[in-house]
Design a binder for this molecule. Sequence first.
Ligand code: HEC
Ligand code: HEC
Length: 333
Amino acid sequence: MPVRHLFLALSASLGLALADGPGPLSPARDTLPAELSLEAVPLGLGPRPLDSGKPLTAVGVKLGRKLFFDPILSADNTVACASCHRPERGFASGVSQPRGIHGRVSRRKAPTILNRAYGTSFFWDGRESKLETQALRPIEDPTEMGAKVADVVERLRAHKEYRPLFEAVFADGVSAANLGRALAAFERVLLRGDSPIDHFRRKGDHGALSPEQRHGLWLYESKGRCWRCHSGANFTDEQFHNTGVSWGKTPLDLGRFEVTRQDSDRGKFKTPTLRGVVLTAPYMHDGSVATLEDVIDFYNRGGGANPNRDPVLIPLGLSAEERRDLVAFLKAL
Ligand code: HEC
Ligand code: HEC
């Protein structure tokens, strides 16, 4: 068998779909403000959670920021975290399945990483419990950065700029754990709050929301049932629910079930934050819902029918005006 066919046969037998596409998404530029606040938390969010008991340091955050935008973490220096988590897209990627190394296609949509400092589990199926350990996964994912963490650590150790930067932050210099810590430190300062909804709620500024948005908020908390899952300051309960988004598609994505192997978790995915949602289209774990209008239509139908659908989801019977106002409200987040 020719080598290439052998490779294809092997990858088919492993159940991997590693077709090489027209090239990865190119890394986004760092368009964030020069100084990111380590202390001030935007209006409307809870107190900043500590990184395993340690406060953030300016040098640590700066190092993580540099690494996040640098393709040096990928096997062939083409893909950065910022290829798929783009500032101008609310740190999502703007496509339903981003292309990583060699143009290989991710299985799911890249979610926003805004306000993940408040997260209690990571990935759509919650398979990681800490930002620090999550950050090393994309480096080794064959559809994302396709490298070995050990090789990347060697590369950074030999790097004349990175080595001293790590040594200035960590007593033990470059290591896999410190690479995860630096990336997570940067992610922990990516906070989004201080939105019209926060001025309305926290400052009693009635005019911060338009009459349509106020009506949308009321629907969100009543007939629309959104608050049952998208609750709290970050508009997520951090729990897993079956909304039936991609039910019936092949290959079927079983979501949380892949982690717990509990039948009741089939087709459940993590409730995403709705902060910054106007920027993060397309929506849902598979990016199958194109616009916020389509999101509301989806919920108005009661979600996607399937045997495990969350009982909270029922057809809502929203009028055209109510649907419009809910969309207007989502834009105030
Ligand atoms: C090729 C695209 C791609 C690259 C490159 C990439 N990611 Fe992701 N990221 C994704 C996808 C897709 C998911 C969702 C995967 C899943 O849930 O199974 C994700 C999920 C995440 C999450 C979980 C967010 C949540 O709400 O649970 C974090 C945090 C994250 N990525 C950070 C990073 C960091 C840090 C890097 C660089 C080291 C990186 N990503 C590189 C595509 C990418
Ligand atoms: C039963 C819990 C539940 C209810 C009720 C609910 N959601 Fe969701 N929502 C989820 C989950 C879980 C996801 C992720 C589903 C997936 O990707 O498979 C989601 C995804 C979304 C997304 C996509 C965000 C993104 O970044 O892709 C939006 C927008 C959204 N919901 C808005 C709403 C609105 C508006 C309402 C009320 C009309 C609502 N949700 C009601 C649980 C819920």
